[in-house]
Ligand binder design. Structure first.
Ligand code: BLA
Length: 487
């Protein structure tokens, strides 16, 4: 088994079909007609007269379920239900993918966590400084509302790694993860997809045993449930981190998981649905303000690019054609992109300014970019790792633009390459990002790491990373040159 295959085993676990639930609640599943198809084995801990398989939902629950929308994933929350129950419960009723009615009963038991009704004013985000402030205020509010001891704003990078960009710690019980980075593989993509669909993920006690679901053969899809059991891998991960209870809220922007608010507690913790909703509404308010700030920021950026772009057209017009303009245009692009070199490939000829590849390396990269890379604008800050077989050179990063359609005559196409030399810098990780490979049940496999102590990586073979602004600027270059050609 190679390293990549081992990592992908984390990705293959079907978390939503675990067949088990967390033990702080119980679950009943009924079909659209209200006939019970499954329940969790601990049902008698919650119901005085537990419902049986293939019977109808009790009247009271049937009435509640009838108010549920038919759309999968829709949920309804009823607090403090007592009738027929051994203890007071909060009920979450959700619609499964195939019309199923899923009822979860969570004890509304008192906790050691302070129950403060606290609703902050929305925090405006106008610039990068207020964005930082808004993140800090958000993690502090979530800590206040849930009582969790360490609450982090875990921001995802484009490559799926994440970084703690704000942190609230109610006590000194935990050390700080502020500024530390964690690898993509710590949160499998199948789990990320579930976080996008749900308002929160609560694991109140990582050491508690899971409870099996019994009933009809078809497994219950637990995608939209609070009580979905936790993967063994993640239980070990959290315990290695010294975490007994964990709680996360997603920040979703344009359908993508942008960040997670991740909270840790050293004891088992059972926030009520009400507390979770309060904290979630803080996260939602922040998300709305964030989305509007991000779209304003993008508009401002596009505007400033349009302003800064004027010399490009002037240089091009002055020289008449791209080839003649290249010495001046290339130098100008190097400035604008904060690059070290600019290469134009046109009709099989290469013209370079500044830091350039050897002709062998350029041929290799150019052939790869035209034939193997479907993106029209592509960038890498770690060329030798990302382009297989790329000859070694002092260039570590490249931003590449192609102008023709991939299926067009490749020789006639124009390409532009901006280069960046190696730039050695340090990245601080929460433990070494390489996962240990261990034996478990006689099988060799990937395991969560044991230490999350700060681990400093000295990055060799990387350039300064290309920014979103660089990519937008490249897009503008591409559009302008295509229009020039049409004239
Ligand atoms: C889930 N991993 C998660 C979650 C987080 C992290 C936040 C979401 C669930 C939760 O809130 O507990 C990771 N937690 C972090 C990180 C920080 C943090 C990076 O606090 C940093 C501050 N994990 C591994 C390996 C595997 C793995 C090797 O290290 C896979 C084999 C799996 N992580 C894993 C799984 C889940 C997960 C399966 C889903 C848990 C679930 O929702 O059931």
């Amino acid at each position: 088994m190679n390293h990549i295959e081992q990592i992908s085993t984390c990705e293959q676990e079907l978390l939503h079909l675990s067949g088990h639930i967390l033990s702080h609640g119980t679950l009943i599943v009924a079909n659209e007609a209200g006939c019970i198809t499954h329940y969790a084995k601990n049902i008698a801990d919650f119901f005085i007269y537990p419902p049986t398989l293939h019977s109808q939902l009790p009247d009271e629950l049937q009435v509640l379920a009838s108010q549920l929308s038919k759309e999968p994933g829709k949920r309804l929350i009823v607090e403090h239900l007592q009738n027929g129950m051994r203890q007071q419960v909060d009920v979450i009723i959700s619609r499964g993918e195939n019309g199923q009615i899923i009822l979860e009963f969570l004890s509304s038991r008192a906790t050691d966590i302070r129950n403060r009704l606290y609703m902050g004013l929305p925090v405006m985000i106008q610039d990068e400084e207020s964005l930082l402030e808004a993140r800090k205020i958000l993690v502090n509010r979530v800590a206040e509302l849930t009582g969790f001891q360490r609450v982090m704003y875990y921001l995802f990078h484009d490559n799926g790694d994440g970084e703690v960009v704000a942190e609230a710690r109610l006590t000194d019980a935990y050390g700080s993860y502020l500024g530390l980075r964690f690898p993509d593989s710590d949160i499998p993509h199948i789990a990320r997809a579930l976080y996008i669909k749900n308002p929160w993920r609560l694991i109140p006690d990582v050491v508690a045993d899971a409870v099996p679901i019994v009933g009809e053969e078809t497994p219950v899809d637990l995608s939209f449930t609070d009580l979905r059991s936790v993967s063994e891998m993640h239980r070990v991960y959290l315990q290695n981190m010294g975490v007994r209870a964990s709680l996360s809220f997603p920040i979703v922007v344009s359908g993508k998981l942008f960040a997670l608010i991740a909270a840790h507690h050293q004891m088992a913790a059972y926030p009520t649905v009400h507390e979770l909703q309060l904290a979630q509404s803080e996260v939602k308010n922040h998300t709305l303000t964030l989305i509007s700030y991000l779209s304003q920021r993008r508009l401002r950026l596009i505007d400033s690019i349009a302003q800064r772009f004027k010399p490009f057209e002037q240089i091009l017009q002055r020289h008449g054609d791209l080839g003649t303009a290249w010495p001046e245009l290339g130098a100008w692009l190097i400035e604008e992109f904060n690059a070290d070199g600019a290469i134009l490939v046109q009709n099989n000829l290469a013209l370079g300014v500044g830091l350039c590849f050897s002709s062998e390396a350029l041929d290799y990269l150019d052939h790869w970019f035209v034939t193997e890379q479907s993106e029209l604008i592509w960038s890498s800050d770690h060329l030798h790792k990302q382009v297989d077989g790329m000859p070694l050179s002092e260039i570590a990063g490249v931003l590449a633009i192609k102008f023709g359609r991939p299926q067009g005559d490749s020789q006639a196409q124009t390409r532009v390459y901006l280069t960046r030399a190696e730039y050695v810098y340090e990245v601080e990780w929460g433990g070494t990002p390489e996962k240990p490979i261990e034996y478990h049940d006689g099988l060799l496999g990937i395991a969560p790491r044991r230490s999350f102590e700060k681990w400093v990586e000295k990055r060799l073979g990387y350039s300064r990373p290309w920014t979103n602004e660089n990519r937008l600027f490249a897009l503008k270059c591409r559009e302008t040159l295509l229009q020039e050609k049409k004239r």
